[in-house]
Design a protein around this ligand. Structure first.
Ligand SMILES: NC(=O)c1ccc[n+]([C@@H]2O[C@H](COP(=O)([O-])OP(=O)(O)OC[C@H]3O[C@@H](n4cnc5c(N)ncnc54)[C@H](OP(=O)(O)O)[C@@H]3O)[C@@H](O)[C@H]2O)c1
Length: 383
């Protein structure tokens, strides 16, 4: 009996040894795979979001959100700072854009990459980035900003140099994308020459940017200067120095009763490349009149609209600030231009951030604040 037991146990132990000898390569392959999965899990299992639970719901509810895995040409970012835009307030208050609820808002994120999808060659885990969260266009919750982790398309993100803090970088994306859509997309937009670093030499053409101290305007001034255009803009008198530092050659006070005459005089005799209206309404009406008077024709790209039947020769095109993701402009800005210009300090994240608080619990307060209006300021929540 004893010898039978001994024989069985010897046979078993030989069998086990054989087994592990037979599959050493599989074990070796599995271990790093599991380590990879575990390290990804460590980061993404704790995602949480400021949820908009139903149309016009208030306040945002901060609670857990799904864990995401980046797909092809996507990166998963652990957000360190998110910025607030007027659209976040208007979407919450008026629910004017079709969305599936519960949903998440937010388009501006800066943070650290914790995973990259297949085909991503520009980035690796650990890189610091800023990028445009495109959820308003894609309608996927993972593509929104007001959560601790966001999926970005790799061509709509830019690496951050060490000199640029997350809270500074977060001010950039929607303002930059919107300006770029109006300025550089093909006709019926302005179809201007693209910006470069170092900046293009002057091409002798001028552009009117109405609302230079706004987020869209601040980005537009810098983009136009880098593309070789002279910028004439409008702002309140207290922001004249601010827009000049960004590169505007002339700034006029839009609160002045003579703004139309002032602009007509400033643009007289110039070769006008078009108008970017960052404000809409009366600003657009006056822009139409000025353009007609000084050039007789031309294109106005507008963030808001407000004129339905422009006079003959003047065309008006409304911007939707995410469309550049689907054409060459997105890459031209986030891949080709911005990384170099940011690293060289030639592009300044503007307007500068006002930190509303740390943590997603502060998103509601920040969104309430944007609804009251800001001046040459971007509201930011750090995470
Ligand atoms: N269509 C799109 O895809 C899209 C995308 C982004 C934004 N938008 C819209 O575009 C507008 C601008 O957005 P934003 O984020 O750039 O806004 P913002 O930075 O919050 O706008 C605040 C700035 O607007 C300026 N401003 C207000 N009224 C003005 C006027 N009549 N003329 C000139 N400047 C004026 C203020 O200048 P002063 O302080 O110097 O007075 C202030 O600095 C918003 O209505 C937003 O909803 C649309």
């Amino acid at each position: 009996m004893k010898s039978l037991q001994a024989a069985t146990s010897q046979a078993l132990s030989i069998g086990l040894r054989k087994q592990s000898l037979q599959f050493p390569s599989l074990c070796a392959i599995r271990r790093p795979l599991l380590q990879d999965l575990n390290s990804q899990r460590r980061f993404i299992m704790s995602n949480s979001a400021a949820w908009l639970t139903a149309p016009k719901a208030r306040p945002f509810e901060v609670k857990s959100a799904p864990a995401y895995t980046p797909e092809e040409h996507e990166i998963l970012v652990q957000n360190r700072a998110v910025a607030i835009n007027p659209v976040d307030g208007s979407l919450q208050a008026f629910a004017w854009w079709p969305m599936e609820y519960p949903t998440i808002l937010g388009q501006d994120v800066a943070g650290e990459i914790i995973a990259v999808g297949s085909g991503v060659t520009r980035f690796k885990k650990g890189d610091r980035v800023v990028g445009h969260a495109l959820g308003m266009a894609t309608k996927r919750v993972q593509d929104n900003g007001f959560q601790t982790h966001t999926i970005l398309a790799d061509h709509m993100a830019t690496p951050l140099p060490d000199t640029v803090a997350y809270e500074d970088a977060a001010v950039i994306p929607l303002g930059l994308s919107t300006a770029a859509c109006g300025l550089f997309q093909e006709s019926p937009f302005l179809q201007l020459d693209l910006p470069t670093h170092p900046a293009q030499k002057s091409n002798g053409k001028a552009i009117l940017i109405w609302g230079g101290s706004s987020s869209v305007g601040s980005n537009a001034i810098q983009l136009c200067c880098a593309a070789g255009y002279e910028v004439i803009t409008t702002a309140s008198a207290k922001n004249f120095d601010y827009v000049k530092k960004l590169g505007a050659s002339k700034v006029l006070d839009y609160n002045s009763a003579s703004i139309q005459e002032d602009l007509t005089k400033a643009l007289h005799g110039k070769d006008i490349a078009g108008v970017l209206d960052c404000i809409g309404g009366d600003a657009l009406k006056i822009s139409v009149d000025v353009l007609q008077e000084v050039a007789g024709k031309g294109v106005i790209a507008t963030t808001k609209g407000g004129v339905d039947n422009p006079p003959e020769g003047i065309s008006i095109k409304r911007i939707f600030g995410t469309t550049l993701k689907d054409n060459a402009v997105g890459r031209a800005i986030y891949v080709d231009y911005l990384p170099k210009a940011l690293a060289a300090g030639a592009f300044i994240p503007a307007p500068g951030p006002q930190i509303v608080g740390n943590g997603l619990e502060h998103v509601q307060q920040a969104v309430d604040q944007i609804m009251k209006g800001v001046s040459a300021t971007k509201l930011v929540v750090t995470l």
